[in-house]
Design a protein around this ligand. Sequence first.
Ligand code: ASP
Length: 323
Amino acid sequence: MAEEGVTVAGPFRLGLPAVIVHGGAGGWKGLRSEEEVVSAVRRAAEAAQGLNNAFDAVVEAIRVMEDSGVLNAGLGSVVNYEGEVEMDAGLMAGDLRVAGGVAAVRYPRNPIVLAAWVARNLPHVILAGPAADRLAERLGLPRHPGPQERMLKRWREMMRLINEGELDRLPGHAAAIARLYGGDTVGAAAVWPGGEAAAGTSTGGIMMKHPGRVGDSPVPGAGFYAENGVGACAATGIGETILLARPCIYAVELLREGVPVAAAAEAAVARHTRLMGGDNLGVILVSADGYAAAAMNTEAMPVAAAGPESRLAALLRRGGKIK
Ligand code: ASP
């Protein structure tokens, strides 16, 4: 651990094209096996390598993690206070022209695919709620099957604790619950030869959130940020703090100023900790020259990266290293 409370991994020399993904910063309560989660992020980073550009690589990496069912996005999404899945996802290209997000959606199995459609086809950046769901249905996108049984079981446990007065009344307490149950949101950041950069995020949000709550994940500059010729970043953690403090923009700005990638990731998390307190953020960052790093102030975050010069996949733990 370098800065107080910040765990950093990297720099990893990936070469170009370079992709780094995460499977969510948070607690690690062993709800799924470490192998399952590390395998999901590894498959995502490797699948993304086969694409033709950074934007498509981000979509593919996130789609693979949404379909894994072991991370908090797509099939594995957590549920809100009413026991229902409501997902956010978004992505952007580093030209600052192509960006799309969907917020509080229930219909699509792969919210990142809908967000990519918005980015490519609409003169808007973010679509929310039932209208976004109707669009997904009209486009013929596969339908989400609804919450997994393990999420409903967790929801019933939480409701019991609330009803017995063991937790403060929700939803104001969602952040504490997110800490109890970990994050597991997914994100990806990619750079391609020639400097093209892209980043994106997808999530079921925070367990027991208020219905209609939108976090950082569909918002460019909050859940993700990319600039061609500079680099790309994706964030995970308590979305309310990320929306306010914008660590991804900060990290990419540091890269633009010439700060090396691991130092930039570390500084972004250290600043966030100073502004917002600890236990609320993880970031992945990749620079236009094909180096990547991850940093967090939480207990754990699964990370994988792939490029022509190296690849890795591991669960980063507080104070630990990825070798
Ligand atoms: N940032 C996500 C949200 O607040 C949650 C996470 O990253 O785990 O919706």
